[in-house]
Write a protein that binds this ligand. Sequence first.
Ligand code: ATP
Length: 420
Amino acid sequence: MTKESQSSEGTLEKIVSLAKRRGFVFQGSEIYGGLAGMWDYGPLGVSLKRNIVDAWWKKFVSGREDMYAVDTAVIMNPRVWEASGHVKGFADSLESGQKFNVMFKTSVGAGDGAVGSFLRPETAQGTFVNFKNVIDSFHPKLPFGIAQVGKAFRNEIAPRDFLFRSREFEQMEVEYFIREKDWQRQFDYWREEMLSWVESIGVSRKSIHELEVPPAQRAHYSKRTLDFEYDFPFGRKELYGLAYRGDFDLKSHQSASGTALEYLDEDPPAGPDGTVGAGGKDRFIPHVIEPTFGVDRTVLALLCEAYNEDELGGEKRVFLKFPKHLAPVRVAVFPLLKNKPNLVAKAREVFRMVRKEIPNAMFDDNGNIGKRYRRQDEIGTPHCITVDFETLENDTVTVRDRDSGRQERFAVHKLAEVLS
Ligand code: ATP
């Protein structure tokens, strides 16, 4: 069956059920009847999510010289949320027309000394309030970014569509600090970076639709916001966002906290009129471009993108066509028969060797070989290695390719090379 011919609503149900059955994602607090908008990741979901975050980290943080990482507290001084505008304006409309602030309230400390605060609804503010710490410790040159991956919490009025709109989720965010005059160029640059990330996780550019958010729907401080939408089974919806936040955040925190959040350029480039540069110093609040990526929406988009049904050897099957570097299990190793000790021992030896080279390898001897292949297809394992009687004679194994179901024999000592 082609992807187009699968009913889209049906596809989401199938994905939710596969995710539960195979240990990707469970309903939060399930044995107590759940809690709306909360999801728990199981072993395969954790592995998939970790692979996504690792790939993102490599591309946007450790792979760059201009990026500084922070990991900031979920609960901050409540004045942060006043200065950022969230206390006043982070609200959705209820059906009755009353506004409802979607920040989760909490309190810190005991008894009369308790202070009311909020669970952060975005990671960005933790980054902004550490701007001074980063420049004081590292003296980065503009442009530079501060990146953070972490949880965010929103008491969404209507959580829905599986991982798409939940009340606790994870963000991968960069606040990229620039000179104001460069904002259009930097915006275009980050737009390209985001599209190249999308491609690197196996989602084609064609599946991404860019939406210029009209001024009336943008945050008041944003001069331009671009939503990257994906065709989820329940409709075309925001996967990621790119916003030009101007100098709003740093300016607000500077005036509310009384701490200077300016950048001092000791050696600024000369302006066309020669006003700065040539030994002068320039002190100003940088502007910000913010590319933001939801981890859970990425997991969901990848599940949707990867979900496939076809027929193999006259049998229907479901398989997840994850890109190899993101697959929660990269390779599975089986003995052909589990009741032949010499095959099992050899399979264990091959498994030990393979897992040294390839992360997330799995040993499986449950059920018959056909069932094991189906199970691995269903969780998106790109390759399955089978140790059979011929292995004992000539040290070769079969390697089965998930997408085509084809098997080829390779020498055991070639496996690392073949699989990577
Ligand atoms: P939406 O319009 O869908 O509510 P948003 O514009 O409020 O999203 P942002 O504030 O830009 O979202 O958040 C940044 C990213 O965090 C989003 O692009 C998305 O990937 C993710 N995200 C936001 N809200 C949720 C949620 N309730 N559940 C899961 N992920 C979310």
